[in-house]
Design a protein around this ligand. Structure first.
Ligand SMILES: NC(=O)c1ccc[n+]([C@@H]2O[C@H](COP(=O)([O-])OP(=O)(O)OC[C@H]3O[C@@H](n4cnc5c(N)ncnc54)[C@H](O)[C@@H]3O)[C@@H](O)[C@H]2O)c1
Length: 277
């Protein structure tokens, strides 16, 4: 008998922590843009007795994501899909951030909605960055939530002259993630499936280390110091929440976003930190 399948897109720090927590007894289909990251993560998981399949994917390429969804469905019932693929403000230019973090996340929802099993659930890792910027006008929220995916990157608000830097591109992408999750709750719900997102704060992974060691590392340090928790978190703390949201105890939760940031956004709203942008 075929095992149930969990698809983990993005074999980085957060993706692997969720795979370890959720993958026991299932086939873990691990996918990433980087062959090296993918094979190293798969070897680690197999060494710990997980059943792992791998596939290269670029979430910004619809054909590549469609191929991944078809492969997942061929392995067994696709009960959980987790998208952790992302690039941070210091890793890529504006157009790549929009292509991977904003458009790519929407593509994953579209393609996996076709194969998710009834009763299944999806999870997107967004970011506290999506909560940082001031509220957008309602028509922009509406556009980010409901514009057909292939039209998204043509929205006037996402054109180069409207986005001054990569941080704004990242914040807008992550805001769009939260809005898209809410919109996708309706279409995934029609298949008897749920979808939610988590907005993490500073989680110590390769991505966060890249930011901390960059020229804006001091901004991240200031966030930690101003926050009520006064610390960063290991990826396992995201995996714990992911496990709840993906599992049966969260059966009434869909279209929701869980902010897990040690209180950085609370500190920002309290005026202890400047609002970036
Ligand atoms: N670590 C943090 O502090 C933090 C905070 C907030 C949000 N996040 C978000 O969490 C998610 C996971 O981050 P992480 O910390 O695990 O980072 P990570 O860099 O460890 O993992 C991200 C993975 O995504 C892969 N990837 C990048 N572009 C891709 C593409 N086009 N297609 C497929 N895979 C691609 C990378 O190769 C990498 O393995 C990201 O979306 C990130 O924005 C992270």
């Amino acid at each position: 008998m075929k095992k149930d399948v969990i698809v983990i897109i993005g074999a980085g720090g957060i993706g692997i922590a969720i795979a370890r927590r959720q993958g026991v007894g299932k086939t873990v289909l691990l996918a990433d843009y980087s062959e090296k990251t993918l094979q190293a993560a798969a070897q680690d998981l197999r060494g710990a007795s997980y059943t792992v399949e791998t596939q290269l994917v670029d979430v910004s390429d619809r054909a590549s994501v469609a191929k991944l969804a078809a492969h997942a469905a061929s392995l067994g019932a696709v009960v959980q899909v987790v998208n952790t693929a992302g690039v941070s403000p210091n890793m890529a230019p504006v157009d790549r951030i929009l292509a991977v973090d904003l458009y790519g996340s929407a593509v994953v929802f579209d393609e996996f909605e076709r194969v998710i099993a009834p009763g299944g659930s999806g999870l997107l890792i967004s970011s506290m960055a999506g909560h940082m910027m001031p509220a957008l006008p309602p028509e922009q929220d509406q556009a980010l939530a409901h514009t057909p995916t292939e039209e998204l990157l043509k929205l006037p608000m996402l054109q180069a002259d409207k986005i001054p830097n990569t941080l704004v591109a990242y914040m807008l992408s992550k805001r769009a993630n939260i809005l898209r999750v809410q919109a996708s709750a309706m279409t995934w719900g029609a298949r008897g499936a749920r979808v939610n997102c988590i907005s993490p704060g500073i989680i110590v992974t390769p991505l966060a280390r890249h930011e901390l060691e960059s020229e804006i590392g001091h901004i991240y340090q200031a966030m930690v110091e101003a926050s009520p928790s006064k610390r960063m978190a290991p990826p396992d703390e995201i995996a714990t929440a992911a496990s709840f949201l993906l599992g049966p105890d969260a059966g009434f939760i869909t279209g929701s976003d869980l902010l897990i940031d040690g209180g950085v956004i609370a500190a920002m709203r309290a005026g202890k930190l400047p609002t970036p942008g």
